[in-house]
Write a new protein. Structure first.
Length: 255
């Protein structure tokens, strides 16, 4: 009798473990489908995800191979690529109206900047996101077709090791790669019923765009200094050329 009870207990445990593994697999599939369905509605660009996983026991998870495409009219392959994102979630909150995310760590995103300082692929995506949220820079109400009404709270969010490849005439046709300072945000949606995925995207993207624009502006200034010094070496006849190059650079900075 005792052996029979032990066997039954072992079978029950094995079944529970199997169910948890299956549930975790389907949660990953749900995350992937949600990102690829809701994401493009927010950014108005192609958005793909290689995979995701989330343990309903520990609440730990990860996202692999996130790619945010460019708006129509831009030529580069993508706006943002992220190889790996680690995150933590309070497991019970997954089944509530507000998902409680304990941390998000976005590691080494690859950002491509295309265009001018005022009009570029990143600011265009930000405009699209703000239109989706009905943010302060738009006169549009928040979009109603963004999928599930679940909201989120993020306690701690870090974007680290971000590199920006500048693809623009502002750097005299030379591709330039720069880094931006790490971004650290806390308590997003904490003192409310939470925020929508679109609102969270807007907050993070604003920080990314601001950091990128500062880095790009500095890179452009550095390229301008190098070009000016090179032209000075031409000799006496180089003065007019330097003035022309400087005026052209200033004009491009305003675009």
């Amino acid at each position: 009798m005792k052996k029979t009870l032990i066997k039954i207990a072992v079978i029950v445990v094995v079944c529970l473990v199997a169910l948890l593994l299956v549930a975790s697999f389907f949660l990953g599939s749900i995350i992937k489908k949600g990102v690829e369905t809701v994401g493009p509605q927010i950014t108005k660009t192609p958005l793909t995800l290689d995979g995701a996983n989330l343990s309903i026991l520990s609440g730990s998870g990860s996202i692999k191979g996130l790619l945010v495409g460019n708006p129509e009219g831009y030529k580069t392959e993508s706006a943002i690529k992220v190889g790996s994102v680690s995150l933590g979630v309070r497991p019970r909150s997954v089944f509530s109206d507000k998902i409680h995310v304990t941390h998000v760590n976005i590691q080494a995103p690859q950002i491509t900047f295309e265009g001018g300082l005022k009009n570029n692929n990143l600011t265009k995506i930000l405009d699209n996101v703000q239109a989706a949220t009905g943010g302060p820079d738009t006169n549009q109400p928040a979009a109603k077709d963004q999928g599930p009404s679940k909201k989120i709270q993020i306690d701690d969010l870090v974007v680290s090791g971000a590199k920006v490849t500048i693809s623009t005439v502002l750097t005299a046709g030379k591709p330039v790669t720069v880094t931006i300072p790490d971004i650290h945000l806390t308590d997003l949606g904490k003192n409310s019923n939470g925020i929508t995925p679109a609102e969270a995207t807007e907050i993070v993207l604003k920080e990314v765009v601001n950091g990128t624009l500062k880095a790009v502006e500095k890179a452009i200034a550095d390229v301008g200094k190098v070009a000016t010094e090179a032209l000075k070496d031409v000799g006496k006849g180089g003065t007019g050329t330097v003035d022309k190059a400087t005026k052209s650079l200033k004009g491009l900075l305003g675009k």
